[in-house]
Design a protein around this ligand. Structure first.
Ligand SMILES: Cc1cc2nc3c(=O)[nH]c(=O)nc-3n(C[C@H](O)[C@H](O)[C@H](O)COP(=O)(O)OP(=O)(O)OC[C@H]3O[C@@H](n4cnc5c(N)ncnc54)[C@H](O)[C@@H]3O)c2cc1C
Length: 371
């Protein structure tokens, strides 16, 4: 146990998810580098620490994405892109990967640039982060739900990072306003999914799969994110394939059935639903109809209640400075998914956690050391 003086800095972190634990570790490392020890961190969580990381990347934890250019990286956030420039300038993928390497999490980059731990295990990432935290004496977890700043009066510095599930009250409880939360990166329910549950499609726009009552998969997550604040119902159009390639086949094989030619581009079960005259000779179908087969139009009626990855919305960024510090209350910071920042699939949401958490840590430590 560390000896605290009456003037010791007491730091409270609300939420022991990826951003809370990364923030704590960053504070501990920065103080260590500065030979400063007159502080104590208490990390509050209503649940077990880092439980939320276990589900990430289907249990493999997609830590980040290897796009070395900050602007290009930030373009993967439908909300928060500009705010993240200065955040990433302070702490970006290279610093994150160095950090994970330093605690024994070796990483590798997949062909599509997504970064995973070599262990392919989110549980390994969790254990290594928690082991690193336990190696310091100045930090401890406390299992407790926190709802407002008055519960934390005895702390000099407060960091709130409790994610985006049921956090409206907490944001208000800490004196801030919020941009309404909406589901982003989630499956969509559509008016007519052709009873094609389980059929997966590789379209020009991206991959997707038909579900019991709608559509899901990487393309649909992206569409749901881009339309997070749109009113239902709305129409979406998916470019299934290049129509010129089908037109060429029609020219080459005019006596083949249009349905069979379409099967070169999309699953037979989908072709059967889209083409009423499946067995008709391709040359008998008007060109405009052939071209239309390359687009799939769907009417989205709502988001699905299952399979949601992140939420759009959160702490209003106008009320924060570039270090994620409150402009409204002294000694208060926010980081991670509680911010009005959300990215596409591919490691972008965790990178927001790592980078914003580090920015907060740096600012908190600077504010104490500079005193
Ligand atoms: C299925 C799934 C898979 C995902 N996969 C990936 C991926 O591979 N890569 C990626 O980049 N992103 C992924 N994400 C998104 C990523 O997990 C989140 O962006 C990230 O967990 C947010 O971290 P956070 O610490 O800000 O919040 P959270 O992870 O939500 O953690 C918040 C913590 O605060 C606690 N808490 C909440 N309210 C209170 C309270 N009142 N008092 C005390 N404690 C409280 C919670 O118990 C929790 O432990 C995935 C999300 C899901 C759901």
């Amino acid at each position: 146990m560390v000896q605290l003086s009456p003037k010791s800095n007491k730091i409270a972190i609300v939420g022991a998810g990826p951003s809370g634990v990364y923030c704590a570790l960053s504070i501990l490392n920065l103080f260590k580098k500065n030979n400063y020890s007159d502080f104590f961190i208490e990390i509050f969580d209503k649940d077990e620490p880092l439980k939320t990381i276990l589900k990430t990347g289907n249990g493999r934890c997609n830590i980040t994405n290897y796009i070395p250019d900050i602007k290009e990286f930030a373009s993967n956030y439908p909300r928060g892109e500009k705010f993240l420039y200065s955040v990433f300038f302070k702490h970006f993928i290279f610093e994150t990967l160095d950090f994970f390497n330093s605690i024994g999490v070796k990483t590798y980059v997949e062909d599509d640039k997504r970064v995973f731990p070599v262990s392919q295990s989110a549980s390994d990432v969790r254990n290594k982060m928690l082991d690193a935290l336990r190696s310091f004496k100045n930090a401890k977890f406390i299992k407790k739900e926190i709802y407002n700043s008055s519960e934390l009066c005895s702390y000099n510095k407060i960091i709130v990072c409790c994610g985006s599930r049921n956090t409206d009250k907490i944001i208000k409880g800490f004196g801030h306003s919020l941009v309404d939360f909406k589901k982003a990166l989630c499956p969509l329910i559509v008016e007519n999914n052709f009873s094609l549950e389980g059929v997966s499609v590789k379209s020009l726009d991206g991959d997707f799969i038909f579900t019991r009552n709608g559509v899901s998969g990487p393309l649909i997550f992206k569409i749901s994110s881009l339309n997070a604040y749109r009113k239902f119902p709305y129409d979406i159009k998916i470019k299934l394939f290049d129509e010129n390639e089908l037109l060429e086949l029609v020219k080459k094989f005019p006596k083949k059935s249009i349905g069979n030619l379409l099967c070169n581009f999309i699953p037979r079960s989908l072709a059967k639903k889209l083409v009423l005259e499946f067995d008709k000779n391709a040359c008998e179908i008007p060109k405009s109809t052939v071209i239309n087969y390359s687009n799939l139009s769907l009417k989205v009626i709502s988001t699905s209640s299952f399979g949601e990855i992140v939420r759009a919305g959160g702490v209003n960024l106008c009320e924060l400075d570039k270090n994620c510090k409150s402009r409204i209350k002294d000694n208060l910071w926010f980081c991670g998914e509680i911010l009005d920042i959300d990215g596409f699939c591919g490691g972008f949401n965790l990178q927001n956690c790592w980078s914003s958490a580090y920015c907060v840590a740096f600012d908190v430590v600077s504010s104490i050391i500079k005193k």
